[in-house]
Design a binder for this molecule. Structure first.
Ligand SMILES: Cc1ncc(COP(=O)(O)O)c(C=O)c1O
Length: 405
């Protein structure tokens, strides 16, 4: 392929432009390389399985080449990996076909038969299901721990503990974990890898590696893609953990669709402004909900009276659009009336897209600290709409809730 020889200022390699800049600038430049792409702003999509080698010698030594086979990646997927590593402040990244695959490949890479896993009790349900099925079938011991355990996790560490898995906040119950304390305890006990599902905060709002995490996992399906139109997972590691993660990632044959990688990289360009708006809208909705007599509690760490607020303020750079609220009481018919009468809030799983969503928020899968709320709960993803319109919609939902039996 012909490459552009010009070294004009606005074509310069992204790496030289955004070094030491703020995240809002990094998201614009990370992973881009117009100089190698005829000046075209966005890295192109390569659809590839076969890659041809020019000589028999090149074929013999193909393993050393960066682009060798579609499954191993193309310049398009490398661009996304590079951008995520840059934003996370990690070493390297690997892509997976879904967020769940990113969670499970990380666990598979660091656990073997006879090992012990410390898993946060508030973990995303399907990750928990993976522990209960595949990991247990492989003879891996799983202990669930209280998300609020902090440094006391030291008391649960056994000689065979190999991984401490965190997710902060929990995506239904919204507990904020003391990641630095958990990580310090794990590191004090030797060869333990600390993983975090960092999907809620994204690399912009939680700097996983600065807080002692070794492996940062993202369901890029959510805020990274940001438009509810692609499934994607990304795992970023520190230098020490990369080889192990990469070996298992390769051996099971994970890769992702080139168009989805493109959408994720495009999503990153607007991540900072989108998150800002998600946060603003979430705050407006949370504050309105807090004033409702029907509402027992709003679960959003950015609220000053949220139990996780202090740690959130200490460790996070912002809050995103996902939160929950619990009502004092209500029948199923009333809950359905609320759900059916808030048309701007689509009913559907997932989150992180431009549109607002609402779903019932039944927290049932707990081993350590049961969900104690008695009334119905709902999870909202605050989208990018006008917040006044969203409030008007919620008001209608609450009116219908009151009228229903
Ligand atoms: C916190 C969290 N992690 C991981 C996932 C899995 O992502 P995906 O749906 O892309 O498999 C989800 C999906 O909802 C999630 O909420």
């Amino acid at each position: 392929m012909m490459s552009l020889a010009v070294k004009a200022k606005n074509l310069r390699d992204s790496r030289t432009i955004h070094m030491a800049k703020k995240d809002e600038t990094k998201v614009i430049y990370a992973g881009r390389d117009p100089e190698s792409n005829f000046g075209i702003v966005n890295p192109p999509v390569y659809h590839a399985s076969t890659v041809l080698f020019p000589t028999a010698d090149a074929l013999e030594h193909y393993a050393k080449l960066p682009v060798k086979y579609g499954r191993h990646g193309t310049p398009g997927t490398f661009a996304l990996e590079e951008a995520m590593s840059e934003l996370e402040g990690g070493y390297k990244s690997a892509l997976a076909p879904s967020g769940l695959a990113a969670c499970t490949i990380s666990l598979l890479a660091f656990l073997s038969t006879g090992d012990h896993l410390l898993m946060v009790d508030s973990v995303y349900g399907p990750t928990r299901a993976f522990c209960e099925t595949t990991l247990k079938r492989m003879g891996i011991e799983v202990t669930y721990y209280d998300p609020l355990i902090g440094a006391d996790i030291a008391g649960l560490i056994k000689p065979n503990t190999k991984v401490v898995y965190t997710e902060s906040p929990g995506s239904r119950s919204f507990e904020i974990q003391d990641i630095p304390a958990i990580s310090a305890a794990a590191k004090a006990h030797g060869d333990i890898t600390v993983m975090m599902d960092n999907t809620w905060a994204t690399p912009l709002y939680f700097k996983a590696f600065e807080h002692g995490v070794d492996i940062s996992i993202h369901a890029a399906t959510k805020y990274i893609v940001g438009h509810s139109d692609a499934m994607l997972g990304i795992v970023t590691t520190n230098k020490e953990s990369w080889k192990k993660l990469r070996a298992t990632h390769r051996s099971v044959g994970l890769c992702c669709a080139p168009d989805d990688a493109y959408l994720a990289l495009r999503g990153i360009r607007t991540l900072a402004v989108r998150l800002d708006r998600h946060c603003q809208n979430a705050m407006v909705l949370c504050e309105w909900l807090k004033e409702r007599p029907e509402v027992e509690q709003v679960l959003y760490p950015a609220l000053p009276d949220d139990p996780g607020h202090e740690i959130w303020q200490r460790d996070f750079k912002g809050a995103t659009g996902l939160f929950a609220f619990v009502l004092n009481e209500g029948t199923k018919a009333q809950s359905h009336a609320l759900l059916d009468n808030t048309p701007l809030f689509g009913m559907g799983y997932s989150w992180g897209g431009f549109e607002s969503l609402i779903v019932p928020n039944d927290v049932v899968e707990r081993s350590v600290n049961a969900w104690t709320h008695k009334g119905p709960s709902f999870r909202i993803h605050a989208g990018l709409e006008d917040s006044g319109d969203l409030i008007t919609d919620l008001q209608k939902g609450f009116d219908a809730f009151r009228k229903a039996k």
